[in-house]
Write a protein that binds this ligand. Structure first.
Ligand code: ADP
Length: 446
């Protein structure tokens, strides 16, 4: 087992990893940028090392500085969290070269599943349903037109190396496709350093449903069932829940089992999420595989009782999974609301500055994952998410009631947050009746 690990991240996920490490009897070393210098969660780490200035490229994205800190602190392993370097195979590779365990997949497995085109190839082998579309990357305009006429419009052009909702273009007809294909390639090259693009059928109405999987280094993989993350704004999730309401259990079981098979066949060790869109007939189409822990992992932890962060540390240390598929049962329903420092009344403008009031809810079935305390100053440099509220209850109706109650208790000021929006969404009849759709939130905001 590891003696000491380094956390190559910040904020709520850094704190989440500190907690998991300490419960496993492992020391946790944090790194921080000067913008996070006074962050109180750093005091909970066994050691905190400054690695540079506020801009992420000078600190949390700087591999050389992270490796210097790892060397200095003499750690056995590095946990990348999510975002930043978590999905960069070169980082996983540098760790391996330095004989420091990367808490996540090997660079090879990350490349296999992190690239959207490669992942689809593996998905087909594991009988995981994928979108109708190009088999691999599209070479030119003519190939794009040929594929589109086969699957029918509308289609979506995507960057193989894309992420974060960027690098996608929806085309409703052939002229639009012709003009967009070249632009999409150039854009992908500029944004991701890889100009490969592919085409798939664009679904007008869909839900976002994803399957959590854990794979170990001994060839085992289990799924932890699904989450529904349809409540999105600009492709960013804002509410997530588990299990997916109204989904045929037999159907999702088949999809989830094949998702676990996909991870196993890719010889992948660690936590992975296989993301799907689900249409009105509950047909599933794989979007991509995320090769890291996700923001919304706590809803799955709540309903399965599995600590995903601890498990990923144990997996990296070479431990076999301590459970079998049949041990993973669903207990109740969980909902997560992301608390973002944004002003919903001003087009979600990110808010920076001092938080004076921070009163978090408590009581049965309520969990708040956040690094914020009263007096915390939100730096302007990073993602606007400052915490997550997770509620767990016996069923969806009770979970919504509990969520409303918790949101009433949650007071933050003077900066604006998404809490007010969540209070409204928990009363919205489409949400309450689980009439979910990836465009629902945007429609409600109009
Ligand atoms: P990213 O890696 O940037 O998150 P994804 O492929 O996961 O990209 O897609 C992000 C979001 O874009 C999805 O949750 C969905 O809202 C929308 N989207 C992606 N592909 C399609 C599609 N084929 N049809 C309809 N919407 C799509």
């Amino acid at each position: 087992m590891f003696r000491r690990i380094l956390i190559a991240n910040r904020g709520e996920i850094a704190l989440r990893i500190i907690r998991a490490a300490h419960e496993l009897g492992i020391e946790a070393v944090c790194v921080y940028s000067t913008a996070d210098r006074d962050a109180p969660y750093l005091r909970l780490a066994d050691r905190a090392i400054c690695i540079g200035s506020g801009p992420a490229k000078d600190s949390y994205l700087n591999i050389a500085r992270l490796m210097a800190a790892a060397e200095l602190a003499d750690v056995d392993a590095i946990h990348p969290g999510y975002g930043f370097l978590s999905e960069r195979p070169d980082f996983s590779e540098v760790c391996r070269d330095c004989k420091i365990e990367f808490i996540g997949p090997s660079p090879e497995a990350m490349r296999r599943l992190g690239d959207k085109v490669e992942a689809k190839r593996f998905a087909r082998q594991a009988k995981v349903p994928v979108f109708p579309g190009s088999e691999g990357a599209i070479e030119d305009e003519e190939e794009a037109v040929a594929v589109a006429s086969e699957i029918g419009f509308p289609v979506i052009i995507k960057a193989a190396a894309g992420g974060g909702g960027r690098g996608m273009r929806v085309c409703h007809n052939e002229p639009a496709l012709r003009t967009n294909i070249k632009k999409a390639k150039q854009e992908a090259q500029a944004a991701f350093g890889d100009g490969s693009v592919f085409i798939e059928k664009f679904l007008e109405h869909a839900r976002h449903v994803e399957v959590q999987v854990l794979g170990d280094k001994h060839g085992h993989a289990v799924h932890l069932w699904e989450r529904d993350c349809s409540m999105q704004r600009r492709h960013q999730k804002i509410i997530e829940e588990a299990p997916g309401p109204g989904i045929d259990r037999r159907k999702i079981q088949g999809v989830a089992e094949n998702a676990a098979k996909l991870v196993k066949q890719a010889e992948y060790a660690g936590a992975a999420t296989v993301e799907f869109l689900m249409d009105d007939q509950q047909n599933f189409y794989m979007l991509e595989v995320n090769t890291r822990v996700q923001v919304e992992h706590p809803v799955t932890e709540a309903i399965t009782g599995v600590d995903i962060v601890k498990q990923s540390i144990l997996i990296a240390a070479g431990e076999p999974l301590p459970f079998k598929q049949r041990d993973i049962q669903i207990n109740g329903h969980a909902i997560e609301c992301r608390v973002n420092a944004e002003d919903p009344s001003r087009d979600f403008m990110p808010q920076a500055g001092q938080i004076e009031t921070w009163e978090v809810p408590g009581g049965p079935g309520v969990r708040v994952d956040s690094h914020v305390v009263p007096g915390y100053r939100v730096p302007p440099n990073y993602d606007s998410m400052i915490g997550k509220l997770i509620v767990h209850a016996e069923d969806r109706e009770q979970a919504i009631r509990r969520c409303r109650r918790a949101l009433r208790e949650f007071e933050v000021g003077p900066i604006k947050t998404s809490i007010l929006l969540h209070r409204q969404l928990m009363e919205d009849s489409s949400f309450v009746h689980a009439e979910l759709d990836i465009h629902l939130l945007e429609r409600l905001l109009k």
